[in-house]
Design a protein around this ligand. Structure first.
Ligand code: CP
Length: 320
């Protein structure tokens, strides 16, 4: 496993949340909070990444993660370059490693990578030079660490007593890097109860999500939940869709509606990492309703990514 911290304790890479301890995780969340000023602003621009270059390498589509990393890096005064996988020389046969080496030759300091292939962020982190950093911006079905951070930050803001919370993740958990990173972060924070709710073909293997309770029916899975995290069905990650319900059939059985929300606690918060498929995993009435904190998750995404970049800035080599 790639060492994510430098010898002096500064953050070098962020590939996974799995080996962070509670102190390290809370420190990142506390740092992110410093960038949130009221409801309408982020904190003023900081010079922490002045003279540094952050490269956003996205080999899968993204709206929230890519834009929020761009904003975060810009607010820390970095120069930002974005490479879209489909529009890069990758389509002419260049390897990913050669792509990274090319950007490294242009003195890129931080690589932010989204990929459909498992293992790529750690592989690239093992090849980039000393004093350079890599952040995983979403890796296949495996990891999405900054999403996990923004999710637990959002939960902590609304319900700080995480050890006494019941969190229900609902939907396509099998193919979800969001669910895996959220579960890692919630585990580190010692969540009271974690439920995995969805039709059997969309639930993960039983040897995953240590300690979580599985529900193949929605209503018992939502009963008395404090937090509900709805997930999109990720058909793009499925080799075959045998046994996977159609969108209509899924909504009838597992769609999060205002009526079904009544099974949860009265002050339940409803989360969704986005993008949302309305009237498939969640009704518009719930997505836009009083329990929804989906917009807050997006706002928190910039602050969390600023915190991660700021921590990484402390360990970059040389003067910019
Ligand atoms: N939640 C998330 O990763 O969204 P994007 O795919 O739009 O970045």
């Amino acid at each position: 496993m790639i060492e994510q911290f430098n010898r002096d304790g500064t953050l070098r890479h962020l590939i996974t949340l799995a080996n962070l301890n509670r102190t390290q995780l809370n420190a990142l969340l506390d740092h992110a909070e410093t960038y949130l000023v009221g409801h309408a602003h982020y904190a003023p621009r900081e010079p922490r990444l002045l003279g540094r270059t952050v490269a956003l390498l996205f080999f899968e589509p993204s709206t929230r993660t890519r834009v929020s990393f761009h904003l975060a890096a810009t607010r820390l005064s970095a120069d930002v370059v974005t490479l879209d996988g489909d529009a890069s020389s990758r389509v002419k046969g260049e390897t990913l490693l050669d792509t990274v080496r090319t950007l490294e030759a242009m003195h890129t300091d931080v690589f932010v990578v989204r990929t459909a292939e498992a293992g790529i962020p750690a592989l690239l982190a093992g090849h980039i030079g000393r004093g350079k950093a890599l952040i995983n911006a979403g890796e296949a079905h495996c990891e999405h660490p900054t999403q996990g951070l923004l999710d637990v930050l959002t939960i902590r803001q609304h319900k700080p007593d995480i050890r006494n919370l019941c969190v229900a993740i609902v939907g396509d958990i099998r193919h979800s890097r969001v669910a895996r990173s959220a579960a890692q972060a919630l585990g580190i924070l010692d969540v009271g109860e974690l439920r995995l709710v969805g039709p059997e073909p969309l639930l993960p293997d039983t040897n995953e999500f240590d300690g979580a309770v599985r529900y193949a029916e929605l209503e018992p899975g939502l009963r008395d939940a404090d937090v509900i995290m709805a997930l999109r069905i990720q058909r793009e990650r499925m080799r075959k869709e045998a046994g996977i319900p159609s969108n209509d059939a899924y909504f009838k059985r597992f769609g999060l509606t205002a009526e079904r929300l009544k099974a949860a606690r009265g002050d339940v918060i409803v989360m969704h990492p986005g993008p949302i498929n309305r009237e498939v995993e969640i009704s518009s009435a719930v997505a836009d309703g009083p329990h929804s904190v989906i917009g807050r998750q997006v706002t928190n995404g910039v602050a969390v990514r600023m915190a991660v970049l700021a921590r990484i800035a402390e360990g970059l080599s040389g003067t910019p």
